[in-house]
Write a protein that binds this ligand. Structure first.
Ligand code: ADP
Length: 257
């Protein structure tokens, strides 16, 4: 379980997160949504202790992440962000094996069991055939799969992802999120696409200017009266076999004859 309470964060004089709270329980997928610059990535980074909040705290299974050692954070939280993924000429197999690092002692090399785990994770994400390829040479969708395989190999009960569907075509967007759902670990995912958020998240937290303006199920949050003032765009909900589906149009369109 991940709990953030009263989290505030500043870049210099600018407050980017203002008393933000969030809760993700075991097995849940919680989506962080909101316009560009609303603080989603910053909040995610406070969850894995890459940024330390000015006020408030973040707890993982009841323990303050700020007080945990880096290795312990990595045993509990796996992070999938494309930035910072290496340009070094490492192979996919080596990249995935890095997921075992938090479990190895200093200078300890991965053993047979670690290799087996990494291979199983690559199979699970349908990327076994990529094992010998250089990671930096993969397509965006292939890289996402491999980074998720590394997260699986890490064996953490919590998964944090920052826009895992960025730059992917429609089919890969769904494949990646289906994969994430199947993992059944406590997940917090930053998503831009509100229809993907509706389909794959149990709960949503909507940020605007560093504050939570709505939180709840997709049905509760993805309503025109909630979204229109935040995004400044016309929103219509259309029936789709009991799911939430949204259509968007510029607000000006309503004044057109
Ligand atoms: P989002 O993920 O919702 O697009 P971010 O968390 O990336 O939002 O950014 C929130 C705000 O913080 C934005 O106004 C952004 O310009 C600012 N910001 C992000 N990173 C930095 C940084 N390293 N230094 C200064 N300001 C930053």
């Amino acid at each position: 379980m991940i709990e953030a309470a009263g989290v505030s964060f500043d870049y210099g004089d600018t407050t980017v997160l203002d008393q933000v709270g969030l809760e993700a329980t075991a097995g849940q997928v919680v989506g962080l949504i909101g316009p560009n610059g609303s603080g989603k990535t910053t909040l995610l980074r406070t969850l894995y202790a890459s940024l330390r909040p000015r006020t408030g705290c973040v707890a993982v299974d009841g323990d303050d992440v700020g007080a945990l050692r880096t290795r312990e954070v990595a045993r509990r939280l796996a992070v999938v962000v494309q930035e910072g993924a290496t340009d070094l000429p490492v192979t996919v197999a080596e990249m995935v094996l890095l997921g075992r690092s938090p479990h190895l002692g200093n200078f300890q090399r991965p053993g047979e069991a670690d290799h087996r785990r990494a291979a199983a994770a690559l199979r699970q994400v349908g990327a076994r055939h990529l094992a010998g390829r250089v990671f930096a040479g993969l397509s965006g969708g292939e890289k996402q799969r491999v980074l998720i395989a590394r997260a699986i190999t890490q064996g953490a009960d919590h998964l944090l992802l920052d826009e895992p569907t960025n730059h992917l075509d429609v089919r890969y967007q769904h494949e990646i999120l289906q994969l994430v759902r199947q993992l059944e670990v406590c997940t917090v995912v930053v998503l831009h696409d509100l229809n993907l958020a509706a389909r794959y998240c149990d709960r949503l937290v909507l940020l605007q200017d560093g504050r939570v303006v709505a939180a709840g199920t997709p049905d509760e949050v993805l309503r025109p009266e909630v979204l229109e003032p935040v995004y400044g765009i016309g929103v219509r909900r259309v029936p789709d076999h009991g799911r939430v589906q949204l259509l968007f149009s510029p607000l000006d369109d309503r004044n057109q004859p």
